[in-house]
Design a binder for this molecule. Structure first.
Ligand SMILES: *Cc1c(COP(=O)(O)O)cnc(C)c1O
Length: 385
C-alpha cells in the first residue's frame, strides 16, 4: 500500500512560471496589460480561434457570452445536468430560465436529441459541456443551433486541448469558455478565456471591465487618455498580468502535460478493462480527448459497497479521488426552483450514483498510477459480490 497520501490533483507550476511572475512583479504593470494581451494572442493562436478575451474565470466567460448576446429575462437556455454548478448559475445571472436535457449514456455529454426535444419558442441558447474533456457532438449541435437561430455556447472548462473531427475546441466562431482554475489542464491559479467571433468579443470586452470604453486599461500609460465612458453597467472580470504570466508558460507546456495525461489513462484502461465491476470512460472515434478527468463508473450490482464507501476505502489506502458531478437538478436551489426530482434526468442521476474520478494530473509518475491501480483493484476485489 502507498505510504503517503496521493492528493486527487496537484498543480504543475514550474520555475519558468515563477520567474515570469517575478518579472511581472518587478515591472511597472501588474494588472491587465501587455502580458495579458500576449497570452490572449498566443492562446487564440494555439486553438485557432478568431480572437480571445482573458478573464478572471470560466464562469465569467460563460456569463459574458450570454450577456453579450443579450440573453435575459423571458429567455430559456438549454444545458446539461451533468456539470459543475457554474454552467447553470450563469443562466440565472442573466435572468433567463435553466432548461435541462439528459446526457448520452457513454460520453455523459448533453444528448442532441434530448436537447432538441427541450427547445421551446423561448429558447435562445444551448450550452454544451465537454465533460471530462470528451467533445460534445458539435456537428449535431451546430446544425440544430443554425436551424433554430440559437446561440451555441461551449463550456470547455475540461476541453483544452480537445479535437472534434480534426478541429480544436475553440477554433470556431461561436463562444467557447475555458477555465484556468487550479485543477484544470492549464492553470493560472484562477482565470478563464473566452474565444469567439470578433464581433461577440468586441461586445464582451468592455463588459469585462465595468462597461468602460474598450482601451480603458491603457489610460495610465504615457500617451493614454484619462477619459473614458461607461456605456453599460459592466462587470469586473478582467485577467491581470500576474495570472497571464503563469498562463504564458503553462500554454508552452500543455503538449507535454497532455502526453502525461494520455499515458496515465492508458495505464488505467489497461488495468481496469478486465474488471467487471468497472465501466471505463470512452473516447468515440474521430475525437481527441483532453482527459481533464478519468471518470470511472462502478457496476454497483457487482459490488457489496456503494460509491461513497468505495471512495472511503480508497482514502484509507492513501488515494485521493473525487466525484464529478453532483447533477444540477439535485442541488437544493435548482431542485426547489424548478421542482426537479432525481429521476427527471435518469442517465445523469444514474451516472452520479456510481461515478468517481481518479487522479490524472501531469505530475503523476508511473509509480503513482501503479499505486492508484493497486488500490482500486484491491477495493473492487475485497468487496466483490
Ligand atoms: C471548473 C468548471 C467551471 C468553472 O470554472 P471557473 O474558472 O472556476 O469559473 C465551469 N464548468 C465546468 C464544467 C467546470 O469544471
Amino acid at each position: 500500500m502507498r505510504s503517503e497520501y496521493l492528493p486527487f490533483c496537484r498543480h504543475a507550476i514550474g520555475e519558468e512560471e515563477i520567474a515570469e511572475v517575478v518579472d511581472t512583479l518587478r515591472s511597472a504593470w501588474i494588472t491587465t496589460g501587455p502580458k495579458t494581451r500576449r497570452f490572449e494572442e498566443e492562446f487564440a493562436g494555439y486553438v485557432g480561434a478568431p480572437g480571445a478575451l482573458a478573464l478572471s474565470s470560466c464562469t465569467a466567460a460563460l456569463h459574458l457570452a450570454l450577456a453579450a448576446a443579450r440573453i435575459g429575462p423571458g429567455d430559456e437556455v438549454v444545458t446539461t445536468p451533468f456539470t459543475f454548478a457554474a454552467t447553470a448559475n450563469v443562466i440565472e445571472h442573466v435572468g433567463a430560465r435553466v432548461v435541462l436535457a439528459d446526457v448520452e449514456p457513454d460520453t455523459l455529454n448533453l444528448d442532441p436529441a434530448a436537447a432538441e426535444a427541450a427547445l421551446t419558442p423561448r429558447t435562445r441558447a444551448i450550452i454544451v459541456v465537454h465533460y471530462a474533456g470528451h467533445p460534445a457532438e458539435l456537428d449535431a449541435f451546430t446544425a440544430l443551433a443554425a436551424a433554430r437561430g440559437l446561440l451555441l455556447v461551449e463550456d470547455a472548462a475540461h476541453a483544452l486541448p480537445a479535437r472534434y473531427h480534426g478541429r480544436l475546441v475553440g477554433s470556431g466562431t461561436n463562444p467557447v469558455a475555458f477555465s484556468f482554475y487550479a485543477t484544470k489542464n492549464l492553470t493560472t491559479g484562477e482565470g478563464g478565456m473566452l474565444t469567439a467571433a470578433t464581433e461577440l468579443l468586441e461586445a464582451a470586452r468592455p463588459l469585462a471591465l465595468h462597461g468602460m470604453t474598450s482601451d480603458a486599461w491603457r489610460r495610465y500609460e504615457r500617451g493614454g487618455s484619462w477619459a473614458y465612458e461607461v456605456r453599460s453597467p459592466g462587470f469586473k472580470y478582467n485577467m491581470g498580468d500576474i495570472q497571464a504570466s503563469l498562463g504564458l508558460w503553462q500554454l508552452r507546456k500543455l503538449t507535454a502535460f497532455q502526453e502525461r495525461r494520455r499515458r496515465i489513462v492508458a495505464l488505467y484502461n489497461e488495468a481496469f478493462a478486465a474488471e467487471d465491476a468497472f465501466e471505463l470512460p470512452v473516447a468515440r472515434p474521430g475525437i481527441e480527448h483532453a482527459w481533464h478527468l478519468y471518470p470511472l463508473r462502478l457496476r454497483l450490482d457487482a459490488l457489496r459497497i456503494d460509491r461513497d464507501a468505495f471512495l472511503r476505502e480508497l482514502a484509507e489506502r492513501n488515494i485521493g479521488a473525487s466525484v464529478h458531478f453532483i447533477p444540477i437538478h439535485v442541488h437544493p436551489y435548482y431542485r426547489d426552483r424548478y421542482g426537479w426530482r432525481p429521476e427527471d434526468f435518469p442517465v445523469a442521476y444514474d451516472a452520479f450514483r456510481r461515478i468517481l474520478s481518479l487522479p490524472v494530473d501531469p505530475r503523476l509518475e508511473d509509480a503513482d498510477a501503479a499505486d492508484v491501480i493497486e488500490a482500486v483493484l484491491d477495493v473492487a476485489r475485497t468487496y466483490r459480490r
